[in-house]
Design a protein around this ligand. Sequence first.
Ligand code: IMP
Ligand code: MG
Length: 176
Amino acid sequence: MNGLKISPYISAEQIQQKVSEIAAQLSQEFRQETLVAICVLKGSIMFYSDLIRRIDGDVQCEFFGVASYHDATTSSGEVKVTLDLTRPIEGQHVLLVEDIVDTGLTLNYLKANLLARKPKSLTTVVLLEKPEALKVKCDVDHVGFKIRNDFVVGYGLDYQGLYRNLPYIALVQDLQ
Ligand code: IMP
Ligand code: MG
């Protein structure tokens, strides 16, 4: 690849186990309801597609494109919408599926943006959270793994557009 040193951090098996646990909780929470599941592009694609397949209930899919990192490993704090939802979510139960909370700025932006559209409920789920990197208070309903404040790739997460297709999560070495 591009010569970056990476080392395995969270295995595919650990991820799949966690995804099943979260999906079981969500299936329970939204048993009789239709859920509009929103995939935040691009980082959440793997997590999202694994998660919704294990939710036992009615799910509608929507995609929300945002860019907060511009080929760098630190957050710009600026969030740009690159692809909007295709329909209104007013009065719907909404599940926001995000890959990772770093500073918390992106998730807070996403939550505010979606809440302004008046969903019946908004539930947030993230695969990874870096508690030491948080710059703003950011409440998440379901967190897969709390990880150290290092840059990770794989399972949807990228470094300069690469590594999204790794089936596991790896630590990038020699960054910063
Ligand atoms: P935040 O606004 O700082 O919380 O950044 C959230 C976004 O930054 C995520 O949706 C990711 O796209 C990206 N990001 C943050 N940390 C990492 C990482 O370790 N690897 C890859 N992408 C990351
Ligand atoms: Mg993202």
